[in-house]
Design a binder for this molecule. Structure first.
Ligand code: BES
Ligand code: MN
Ligand code: ZN
Length: 492
């Protein structure tokens, strides 16, 4: 995570190479966005027509997601589609990211100074452009021989100085997203519970947060039977990480719980090889809560925020937990393990009951929990299940402000019946139909009655097979921006 500096500049950074401009749709007519008259006429004088004319000739369009590269007067010009001229923050974020990514792709192996001018004026829209531009530069650096690729040494973004605070917030948020991406992209032989906990400590250094790491001995003492069972098959012992940001004058207490399965082989219910290939991303929830609390501390939000990350590696071995094992969880409830691949909920259950002891006003968990949620909602939309609709709406609003697609699913009452066990208080999983919903019903058993609680299933959006908009290929940092937006709202 090494994002370039981003500077707000009052007018078109015409000398920047490459320069990102926009193409918007005004009632069917594509219009050039972000260029000055002087720039357009200099361009037309040199090439015989204005940049938008050339863009259309070369197949560019105002449609979101399209980009086109043109030669420029002092360097390359990239036009990015903004959609309707009335540009929302969400479309601005996506267009800026697409423009910057295309600009870097077209720059070969050069180190470049990128200009972005998209006529953003409202602070919220300028911030979205900044966030998109920064996220669009992200790349996970290959291990081994360095890959030749263009690097942005700086980004100059045209926008009013009144947007400076909003842009500073956008930068902190984008850095948190990219920190989560780096954690997710780090292979599981390098990032496992112990090293993940150390890396979190490192990332939080210098901030006024308290970091507590429970090792396997502390977990045994605390009775964390779920985390210990899941981590028991691995040569790399589990951890529970708690990060507390507790500023003076806090407006309330938000608890964030993340699933941090650093690799999910399925355990004794071993996954087929192909399904295992992306399972280093199974700690995306933990990455999201740890990155989000870092952003909250950097922003100095007046809200107590505590992040709890349950870290374990799910492996098959002679010490692995077995299907039919009965586990005594941290809450005291017993669970019959029916499938060692339903491991995330066991880790989360312990972290949830631990977190609920601190009596937060709102408890949110986030996890790559079920393939079923991905099947239901696809690769870009996260699932939301909650204790009540008011809590669900709070999360839906935060996700909308962040521009992260989120869709509410129910927890039908019969799901609880599916979890009845003959030998323990609960079974760990039910039948295949509605598997995302039974998972939520299971988690709810570890949240005290009456405590506002929301569960985000990011099995789909945590990973992207290819980059699009502000979303990078590989680990995406899904949920980070929603959690930061939520904390910002609660702190107001
Ligand atoms: N980590 C997986 C869920 C997952 C699947 C995330 C695909 C991302 C992409 C989780 O631990 C899992 O294996 N869930 C099982 C639950 C089942 C055994 C009840 C699943 O979804 O199949
Ligand atoms: Mn699993
Ligand atoms: Zn898993």
């Amino acid at each position: 995570m090494n994002l370039p500096p981003l500077t707000l500049v009052p007018s078109l950074p015409a000398q920047a190479d490459p320069l990102v401009l926009g193409l918007a749709d005004a009632a069917g007519t594509p219009v050039l966005v972000g260029a000055s008259d002087a720039f357009s006429s200099a361009f037309a004088e040199r090439f015989g027509a204005a940049p938008d004319v050339w863009a259309l000739r070369l197949g560019g369009a105002a449609k979101p997601g399209t980009t086109v590269v043109l030669p420029g007067v002092s360097g390359a010009v990239v036009l990015t589609g903004l959609g309707d001229v009335d540009v929302t923050p969400d479309r601005m974020r996506r267009a800026a990211a697409n423009g910057v990514r295309r600009a870097l792709e077209s720059a070969g192996e050069r180190t470049v100074s990128v200009g972005v001018s998209l006529d953003a004026v409202e602070p919220e829209v300028v911030a979205a452009a900044a966030e998109g531009a920064l996220l669009g530069t992200y790349r996970y650096v290959k291990h081994g021989t360095p890959q030749p690729a263009a690097t942005a040494s700086r980004i100059d973004l045209a926008g009013p100085s009144a947007a400076a605070d909003a842009v500073a917030t956008a930068r902190v948020t984008a850095e948190a997203v990219c920190l989560a991406r780096d954690w997710v992209n780090t292979p599981a032989n390098l990032l496992y519970p112990e090293t993940f906990a150390e890396s979190a400590r490192e990332a939080l250094k210098g901030l006024r947060v308290d970091v507590e790491v429970l090792d396997e001995r502390a977990l045994a003492k605390g009775g964390f039977g779920g985390v210990l069972a899941v981590g028991g098959g691995s040569a790399r012992p589990p951890r529970l990480v708690k990060v507390t940001w507790s500023p003076r004058g806090a407006r309330g207490h938000l608890a964030l719980v993340g699933k941090g399965v650093t690799f999910d082989s399925g355990g004794l219910n071993l996954k087929p090889g192909d399904s295992m290939l992306t399972m280093k991303d199974d700690m995306s929830g933990a990455a999201a809560v740890l990155a989000a609390v870092r952003a909250v501390a950097q922003l100095g939000l007046r809200l107590r925020v505590t992040a709890y990350a349950g870290l374990a590696e799910n492996m098959p071995s002679g010490t692995a937990f077995r299907p039919s094992d009965v586990l005594t969880m941290h809450s005291g409830k017993t669970v019959e393990n029916v499938n060692s691949d339903a491991e995330g909920r066991l880790v989360l259950a312990d972290a949830l009951s631990w977190a609920s002891r601190d009596k937060p006003d709102l408890l949110v968990d986030i996890a790559t929990l079920t393939g079923a949620c991905q099947i239901a909602l696809g690769d870009r939309t996260a699932g939301l299940m909650a204790s009540d609709d008011a809590t669900a709406d709070t999360l839906l609003d935060a996700a909308e402000a962040a521009g992260e697609p989120l869709w509410q699913l129910p927890i039908p009452e019969e799901m609880v019946e599916h979890l009845r066990s003959e030998v323990a208080d609960l079974k760990s999983a039910g039948p295949r139909p509605g598997a995302a919903l039974t998972a939520a019903a299971f988690l709810r058993e570890f949240v005290p009655a009456g405590m506002p609680w929301a569960h985000l299933d990011i099995a789909g959006p945590a990973w992207a097979e290819k980059a699009y908009d502000h979303v990078a290929k590989g680990g995406t940092g899904a949920g980070v921006r929603t959690l930061v937006a939520l904390a910002r709202t609660l702190a107001r």
